[in-house]
Design a protein around this ligand. Structure first.
Ligand SMILES: C[S@@+](CC[C@H](N)C(=O)[O-])C[C@H]1O[C@@H](n2cnc3c(N)ncnc32)[C@H](O)[C@@H]1O
Ligand code: SF4
Length: 420
């Protein structure tokens, strides 16, 4: 994580964040930092009860998160006209573990302080083992419209290697319960490339996901994150490193199976049945929207200003309640109204950094980017990529750089060349 600059104690933003704000969409990400057990591959900012001890609790996290929503209303309200939230996304960690009460309270607070725009997309992530019909009914009644469920695989062996505690059957049951509860959109997350997984096992996971009736599927290649149990297993030779060629083949397999089932890719690892099923929250991340990340370690972005919160739930709760340990700025200059920022550090992106980030994110989208908007060296690189078959010829004739299937396998490298 880059060092960044200090965040002012009152969380106030530099003037540039407010320029053009009324024209940008506003989203909220709400981070739930708890899991029942930690999966060996995962390095997300999440904690088991044993790891937390008495340092923090779901209640202290919820109280602090509600206070941070008040802080967001104050800081963004300084622009004059209050915007409504277009999308809300509760992620983790395991949101389903904390139950409907806290998830409803958080959404109510966003609704109360900001309002939800008509047709707002309200997603929560969930794990199969902690999700049941009652929870889904309560979340739907509270206003959640979309469920994103971590299925990962249908292979019992793969689920075991990933340390998942649910069966594939349970994940598929949850999809049915979500439909019955009236969720408008349901996503299944899959992971491919787990050591020992076969093509046939991944094909079966894709088939089951398609047949479940969901309208969105994300398929991620397994990343061996440094410091995880999986990384140690690979280092000590207990498990082989996922092979790049195998990962590429699995991506091709995913695209073929999902395209045949009438899903369309719209961002490299994301496929949707139609445009209405695309995740609007993630699209806001990728197209320069404003979002405020509530919760420990959550990241925010408003008008080219990015900041990230203190990571540990106890430091997060302490920062918002004025108890030590807290974020450095809140400790040194406490604000008069008592609303302190849990921001750990921030960075203000200059126009060139924003231009480059825009290319890196948008090239991964089906809509691609306008070639005329690139600098001369970037346009030259795009021309070479098009000649190599990495950009779609039809889109190219319309002046847009859109990745071909082969281009998608090399998306980040190509995007980097286009930033020149
Ligand atoms: C961090 S989890 C949070 C949601 C929920 N706890 C779950 O496990 O499904 C969100 C998704 O990130 C993906 N993910 C996490 N770590 C990953 C890794 N190392 N490689 C690939 N995908 C990963 C998984 O597919 C997971 O469903
Ligand atoms: S349940 Fe999800 S967030 Fe928790 S450790 Fe596993 S992958 Fe990470």
């Amino acid at each position: 994580m880059p060092d960044g600059d200090p965040v002012p104690a009152d969380g106030s933003l530099p003037d540039q964040a407010y320029v053009g704000m009324a024209q940008r969409s506003l989203s909220f990400y709400l981070h739930v930092p708890f899991c029942a057990t930690r999966c060996g591959y995962c390095d997300f900012n999440t904690y088991t009860a044993g790891e937390l001890g008495t340092a923090a609790s779901p209640q202290s996290w919820l109280d602090a998160a509600l206070t941070e929503i008040d802080l967001a209303a104050k800081v963004l309200g300084a622009a004059g006209d209050q915007r409504m939230a277009s999308t809300v996304f509760v992620g983790g960690g395991t949101p389903s573990l904390v139950g409907a009460g806290p998830l409803s309270a958080l959404l109510d607070a966003v609704r109360d302080r900001f309002g939800l725009a008509p047709g707002a997309e309200v997603t929560t992530e969930a794990n199969p083992e902690s999700t049941d019909p009652e929870l889904l009914g309560q979340l739907r009644a509270a206003g959640y419209t979309r469920l994103s469920l971590g299925m990962q695989s249908t292979s019992r062996r793969v689920l075991e290697i990933l340390d998942r505690t649910h069966t594939a059957g349970r994940a598929l049951d949850v999809v049915g319960w979500a439909r019955s509860a009236g969720f408008e959109h349901v996503n299944l997350d899959l992971i491919y490339g787990t050591p020992g997984e076969t093509d046939a096992e991944f094909a079966e996971s894709l088939r089951a996901a398609v047949d479940s009736g969901v309208d969105h599927i994300s398929a991620y290649s397994l990343i061996v994150e440094p410091g995880t149990r999986l990384a140690r297993q690979v280092r000590t030779g207990l498990l082989p490193m996922p092979d790049d060629d195998v990962l590429a083949d699995r991506y091709l397999l995913a695209d073929a199976a999902l395209t045949a089932a009438e899903f369309d890719w719209y961002e490299v690892p994301n496929w949707a049945r139609d445009e209405s099923a695309r995740c609007r929250h993630n699209l806001a991340y990728w197209t320069g929207g404003d979002w405020w990340g509530i919760g420990p370690g959550a990241h925010s972005h408003v008008g080219g200003v990015r900041w990230w919160n203190v990571k540990h739930p106890s430091a997060y709760a302490a920062a918002l309640t004025g108890q030590p340990p807290m974020a450095p700025a809140a400790r040194d200059h406490p604000p008069a109204d008592g609303l302190r920022s849990p921001g750990y550090a921030r960075e203000v992106l200059d126009p060139d950094a924003r231009r480059m980030e825009d290319i890196l994110l948008r090239l991964r989208l089906r809509d691609g980017i306008e070639v005329a908007g690139l600098l001369p060296a970037g346009r030259e690189a795009a021309r070479a990529a098009a000649a190599d078959g990495l950009l779609d010829p039809d889109s190219w004739t319309r002046g847009r750089a859109v990745l071909t299937l082969r281009g998608r396998l090399l998306a980040d490298g190509i995007a980097l060349q286009l930033t020149d």
